[in-house]
Design a protein around this ligand. Sequence first.
Ligand code: ADP
Ligand code: MG
Length: 385
Amino acid sequence: MAVSNFSPAASDENSASWSLSNLEMDSEDSKREGHRATVLAIETSCDETAVAVVRGRDVLSSIVSSQIEIHREYGGVVPEVASREHVGAMGEAIARALLASELGWDGIDAIAATCAPGLVGALMVGITAAKTLAMVHSKPFVGVHHLEVHIYASYLSDPDLQPPFLCLLVSGGHTSYVHVRAPGDYVILGKTRDDAAGEAFDKVARLLDLGYPGGPVIDRLTCSGNKQAFSLPEGRISLPEGGYHRYDASFSGLKTAVLRLTDRLKAEALETGGDVPVADVAASFQATVVRALVKRAIACVEDYGLKTVVVGGGVAANSELRSQLQIAAENHNFRVLFPPMKYCTDNAAMIACAAVDNFERGLRSPLTIGARSKLSITDVAELYQ
Ligand code: ADP
Ligand code: MG
């Protein structure tokens, strides 16, 4: 592909928006990472078309074309639309990432793509592009698990991070407490029994008419709200033998409680001619989700004697979660690591970072591999030969 031959980014308001970060390699890092593998990775599991080039844990380029504006008018991601947008954005994203990395194809050791889990139609676009590049340029292909990369996002803020640690994985589709015992060796200690934390943010934002995606809007709004205004259920899971599950949670009951509370407040506002205290509802909801997440993280750390918690996924951007986990870390004597903000939501830098490690551990994926909507992180080995 001629890198000089891509069309300029379309600029009308309905088109995908582009962002580029081409990070200068720190000279100390480049000395340490000098002999490490360089991977070009593609991410298309949902609504971001992303391509990045990473050497070791140094991000040489990271291109993200977000479709968020396109899906906003539907109030959520429309899978068919996402796939079509990936097809449109892919060529330019690859060309820009390679150009920004200042490498040619001979500087790339392997090509990677997210293979699971995600929207199958969307994943297929990235996988097909990556396999084609691998064949044309005679490079190995490394399939990547999307949840594994949310763990790897923290390696981009601390290149010396080593297992064992706990990963609190909080995204739009997942909420899990993963015990990372060694690279590729994961045990799920706890998870949500229904809605993911990010999904709860999105649903509550929708019922408060705040728009999509809900997390960032609620996070911003809570600055002017009182988080103690309303008491909401934390979503504890009762055990048949009595007591509550230490790590599992449920967020769908919380969402229903917010719905009932909002209906009541709307009726009261109609009667009195006052306003619904939306910021107070949002702040109380956010504080409840965060309390539930932090309590379970503390339980995992204490029960398994872990000293480090890394947070991954879009909800890792949440300000209340960041501050409450920091407080918990000081009180319970563990270290907490958040990925840089730009690597909380989907990007290809973290895909490439995971692929570098997997490639260096000798893992390769067959060119017959397809897209999978579901695959547990504990079965990540299924992606490799
Ligand atoms: P997935 O790939 O599972 O869809 P992402 O990791 O891309 O999830 O993250 C998207 C989710 O993160 C959305 O549900 C969004 O509302 C949530 N999110 C993003 N920023 C914040 C924030 N500041 N606070 C809470 N949730 C957030
Ligand atoms: Mg994601």
